[in-house]
Design a binder for this molecule. Sequence first.
Ligand SMILES: Cc1cc2nc3c(=O)[nH]c(=O)nc-3n(C[C@H](O)[C@H](O)[C@H](O)COP(=O)(O)O)c2cc1C
Length: 369
Amino acid sequence: MGEYSITKKYTSKVQREIEERKLQHISIPLKKDVEARSATTLLEDVHLIHQALPELNFDEISTTTTFLNHRFSAPIIIDAMTGGTKISGKINATLASGAEKVGVGMVVGSQRAGLESKEAAESYVIARRNAPNAFLAANVGGAQLSKGLGVEECKQLVDMINANALIVHLNPLQEVVQPEGEPFYRGVLRKISELVRGVDVPVIVKEVGSGLSREVAVKLELEGVSAVNVSGLGGTSWAAVEKYRAEAEKADMKASLGNLFWDWGVPTAVSLIEVRKAVRMPIIVSGGLRNGLDMAKGLALGASLCAKALPFLKAATESEERLVSLLQKTIYEIKTAMFLTGAQNLEQLSKSRYVITGSLAGWIRSSQD
Ligand SMILES: Cc1cc2nc3c(=O)[nH]c(=O)nc-3n(C[C@H](O)[C@H](O)[C@H](O)COP(=O)(O)O)c2cc1C
């Protein structure tokens, strides 16, 4: 584990508020329905073409891949979720051991709290302890960068978990709906560019469920970002999570805003297709992927890795066995889609034929104008 130091201390009141918010960010998605309401990923409009002559045996199929020089047994990464409290530490411990056992990757949740106290840092450190070999990524928010978090602090976040990459999350919708949100996004691109030059690991940029447009992806590639995670619309909605928090705090205007923007964003399939056309860097697809068939479609559309968050959280809060079994089931589903499209490996899956229908076809047609 690298060296990191605790740079500043919050007052105990602010510390308590942060812990309370972090707990709500786990408990609300676990208890309430926070997924897209009438929007979907639009992956249902992607049809992989069935090949009745696969000319291979199921047990010859390989899902191994290499992403940013790291080997994965399957193209899956547990997306960023939590950290900063005792309960989050337990969840991170389970997510990390599951990832290590199966040979997939993991992103820890926003790590700013880890700079404030040793106890909070421990809830992230445990991830590397339980996953000594897995691809593990550090996580920081764009709004925190805008407010002044710099290269030195981000290096500490990377060292804290001996991370293989640093992930910056962009969450403007969440920041504006959140009762105590910090919708500060001026200067974030410049800060990302400084991180690309200043930290020793690849920098990846992700959304949190509203998708990346091609305009944003192109800007990020020009600044030297190594990969993006589109994290599109169709799964967890942060407008929804913050709406529930705003209701509880009687912040009526915020609650109404969360309701209005619940389904805001670029659907995952649209985001993936338009970003794939616009940039050359590797893409992670996430946002509403709920089974291995969704993931196989994402891989056929050009993603290098598939990520998901909420279903892994639900499994990890039950048990590590439950998480491992969900990961294995998902890999089995990806392999089945590969068998039925005649793809022995992921390279072949990326070249398999598909047809796009319905709303997705409409989106793609009009977004080319
Ligand atoms: C409980 C929970 C906490 C999350 N916290 C973070 C976070 O700290 N940082 C981040 O980059 N994304 C965070 N996300 C967003 C996810 O990483 C992911 O981009 C999004 O939930 C879409 O995936 P899903 O539909 O599979 O949940 C969180 C998601 C959930 C469900």
